[in-house]
Design a protein around this ligand. Structure first.
Ligand code: 13P
Ligand code: SF4
Length: 322
């Protein structure tokens, strides 16, 4: 604890010294989220992180999350230095959607509009017509469908099939998944729900269809927090990364929050409701990033040609979301 307090003190001093601001995702550890709040940074979902980073006056952004979030920040703010606690914090959706294979998929269907989730590399975004996050994906696809567009969707197949079902849009899906959300189990959730019949079920749409079907509310991390705050229920069963409980409990004090099951019948899971890459964002790594040494492990660079191309679909989303 004393060591943690030391790190926090040094980080606060470095943030001032470097004119830097900490932008954190809800899935990072509670102490990182608390530090972001305490130091005038932000804790939010991936859409709001992008907006906050772009609009903040600081010279340096330190992004506590995963690599696509740092890249998005750099694409939107090339004049800022964008640092991450570690560049090794990736995402299974990004890993499962390499640019060459995804481009070939797009090339095979040239009459389709390409919509990619924010959880992708800058190179994949550069190939897209639209970038979306989970908080705005449904509205954007609805809009494209109303214009009669056929859609290529990548990389999350669960989010893609949820949106296709909701909108009736014609969508070709890339077969990627989030290793965290893919582990939620419908059967075990049904058993849990039977024990808490009055609980509302909150589900992030990266979860399997069988789990999404049981949801009382489906949405991005921010939307799920809002649901816990505004719905009348006293108890919520929550199917997303457990990092969200920190802000959700603050937003809904006095309510009971229960983790949705990732196993069942003794089944094991790969990541058990906590993203291994989000977990890499520790105090020590944040201090290392801000200290300015070993920059090749901390600073985000995006090739200017790619950046320019990726900015177009990203700006489209941000303009649409206004
Ligand atoms: P949102 O915060 O936009 O809901 O995204 C969830 C996510 O998977 C981030 O890794
Ligand atoms: Fe990617 Fe899932 Fe981790 Fe989010 S929680 S960064 S989607 S692996």
């Amino acid at each position: 604890e004393a060591e943690k307090a030391d790190y926090k003190t040094r980080i606060k001093a470095l943030l001032k010294e470097r004119d830097a601001v900490l932008v954190a995702h809800y899935y990072t550890d509670p102490e990182i989220q608390a530090l972001a709040e305490e130091t005038g940074g932000c804790v939010s979902d991936s859409l709001e992180m992008a907006r906050f980073g772009r609009d903040h006056a600081a010279k340096t952004l330190i992004v506590a999350g995963v690599k696509f979030m740092g890249e998005t920040a750099k694409i939107l703010s090339p004049e800022k230095t964008v640092l991450m606690p570690t560049l090794e914090a990736t995402c299974s959706l990004d890993l499962g959607c390499p640019e060459d294979a995804f481009s070939a998929f797009c090339d095979a269907h040239p009459d389709h509009t390409v919509v990619v989730y924010a959880n992708t590399s800058a190179a994949v975004k550069a190939r897209a017509d639209w970038v979306v996050t989970s908080s705005i994906a449904l509205e954007i696809v609805e809009h494209l469908d109303s214009e009669g567009k056929q859609i290529i969707w990548g990389p999350d197949r669960h989010l893609g099939s949820y949106i296709a079902k909701q909108t009736g849009a014609n969508m070709l899906l890339w077969q990627g998944e989030c290793i965290v959300h893919d582990e939620f189990k419908a059967k075990a959730l049904r058993e849990l729900k039977a024990r808490y019949p009055d609980a509302a079920v909150l589900v992030h749409p990266e979860s399997p269809a069988s789990v999404v079907e049981m949801a009382d509310a489906v949405g991005s991390t921010s939307q799920l927090i809002r649901a816990a705050q505004t719905m009348d229920n006293d108890t919520f069963i929550v199917a997303t990364d457990r990092g969200i409980f920190y802000k959700m409990q603050q937003a809904a004090p006095g309510k009971t929050l229960i983790e949705a099951p990732t196993g069942g019948n003794g089944a094991t899971c790969r990541s058990c409701a906590h993203c291994p890459w989000m977990a890499m964002n520790g105090l020590k790594a944040i201090e290392a990033a801000l200290s300015g040494s070993d920059m090749e492990n901390h600073e985000i660079h995006v090739d200017e040609n790619l950046r320019y191309k990726a900015l177009i679909p990203l700006d489209r989303m941000l303009d649409f979301a206004k």
